[in-house]
Design a protein around this ligand. Structure first.
Ligand code: GH3
Ligand code: MG
Ligand code: MG
Length: 421
């Protein structure tokens, strides 16, 4: 896939070069879009380019080149920017650079071809014009811009999935942040295109906007990096504690039910010892992904230790919290984790022990919730592992019976005592 697309990109440049006549006006506009691209890459250099699949803001100068010039120019512009980024911003893997250039370049070239084909169909013919024609023309440009984004995302998703079938693309493809970023990028690109259609040099005013937007994208990525555990994508320990403490304080204030649970993978050391640390990491990521998938959006999930995760369920009645924990205990052993490298054995399935502290309207602090959940977890481990134990209280600040009790699963495979709630 990567080789094919890269070959198509190079062939497209060759074919476009053969059929594109050199015109002074085109060259002048290309000089401006290329200058803006080079200057914005240089000026945002120190902001850096994050690794992995990311979104950036260069469409502001790519869209004018794609819409107002023959496809050859945008194919070249994208290629030059990747070469420049490789040399000046971050030394990435060469084949990924070529693939990025191919994906973005071909997506824009398709948009370019489409605009050229559709422009003559507008009532006022080609060009942005003014009044109704200007509105219709920008709608056409926006349509091509959206098509470019979709084609781009689809090609990237195919490659990412090919390399890692488990990869989660949701946040980067359709998360709120991605959509806001795409919309801002597209709208600025359209304004720049409309402006450049009238006077290429006026587009220079867009330069500070690009630098500003690139910095804000980077800022968001830095904030995420400081909050998120890289191995699992869950909140890291300090962030989880801080967000969980806010929820606990709110529950105490509003007298609403809340539960805190600690989940610990059973005999995880054996996975590392037998299958290697890489396999252990893959298991950690898979358990985290399953946990995230099983919980709701408002639940607070974090990695609070090596193979220990914590989750807080706000507004959750005791029986519901116990059901959630028990469901997780049942579903995690069914996860299949692929081998970390070709030829290596696939890691085994794992079981988990979960300790829950749940209160109908408790005034426990987060520390108390955690201490009780830990006591319940200890009981789950001591009673044979692969179990959920819970400590529950129905009244505020309850100090009655705080002994951990096992939760009986519907299939009878879990605890072996009486039900908790
Ligand atoms: P138990 O059922 O009692 O919880 O046994 P356990 O083996 O899961 O617990 P133990 O505390 O003895 O070992 C936890 C292991 O988790 C030891 C450590 O090497 C491993 N671990 C901690 N963090 C990571 C990590 O980030 N990646 C990997 N692969 N292993 C980790
Ligand atoms: Mg463990
Ligand atoms: Mg542990």
């Amino acid at each position: 896939m990567i080789a094919t697309l890269s070959a198509v990109y190079c062939a497209a440049i060759g074919a476009a070069a053969a059929v594109t006549p050199l015109r002074t006006g085109d060259l002048r506009l290309f000089a401006v879009t290329m200058t803006c691209t080079v200057v914005s890459t240089e000026l945002t250099r120190r902001v850096g380019e994050p690794t992995g699949m990311t979104r950036d803001v260069y469409a502001i100068f790519d869209l004018p080149a794609a819409v107002l010039l023959p496809p050859l120019y945008i194919l070249l512009q994208i290629g030059v920017r990747q070469i420049l980024s490789q040399a000046r911003v971050r030394h990435g893997t060469p084949h990924r650079r070529v693939y990025s250039a191919a994906v973005v370049g071909l997506a824009y070239a398709s948009a370019s071809v489409l605009v050229r084909a559709a422009e003559p169909l507008l009532p006022g013919g080609g060009g942005p014009g003014s009044g109704t024609q200007a509105v219709l023309w920008t709608v056409l440009v926006a349509g091509c811009g959206v098509m470019r984004i979709m084609l781009n995302d689809w090609l990237i998703a195919v490659a990412v999935r090919g390399a890692n079938p488990q990869a989660s693309l949701r946040p980067i493809m359709i998360g709120t942040e991605a959509q806001v970023g795409d919309a801002a990028e597209l709208c600025l690109g359209m304004l720049a295109t409309f402006t450049a259609a009238h006077s290429a040099l006026v587009m220079l005013y867009a330069l500070p906007l690009v630098i500003w937007q690139q910095r804000s994208v980077k800022h968001k990525q830095l904030v995420d990096a400081a909050r998120i555990d890289r191995k699992t994508g869950l909140l890291n320990d300090p962030t989880w504690r801080s967000e969980a403490a806010d929820e606990v304080a709110r529950a105490a204030r509003t007298r609403t039910p809340l539960a805190v649970a600690i989940l610990d993978i059973d005999h995880f050391k054996r996975v590392n010892d037998t299958y290697g640390h890489g396999a252990g990491d893959a298991v950690l990521a898979a358990v985290a992904a399953t946990t995230m998938g099983a919980l709701r959006d408002g639940d607070v999930i974090g990695r609070i230790g090596g193979e220990e995760f914590a989750f807080l369920l706000p507004y959750t009645e005791i029986p519901e919290a116990l059901t959630v924990a028990e469901r997780l205990r049942q579903v995690i052993p069914r996860i299949t984790v692929p081998a970390p490298s070709p030829g290596a054995p696939a890691p085994p399935s794992v079981t988990v022990s979960i300790g829950v502290a749940a209160a109908a309207a408790a005034t426990w602090s987060l520390e108390e919730f955690l201490r009780l959940a830990d006591t319940a977890l200890y009981a789950a481990k001591g009673n044979g592992r692969n179990r959920v134990f819970a400590i529950t209280a129905s009244t505020a600040g309850a100090s009655g019976d705080l002994r951990p009790r096992p939760i009986i699963s519907p299939g009878g495979t879990g605890g072996n005592g009486s039900a908790a709630a």
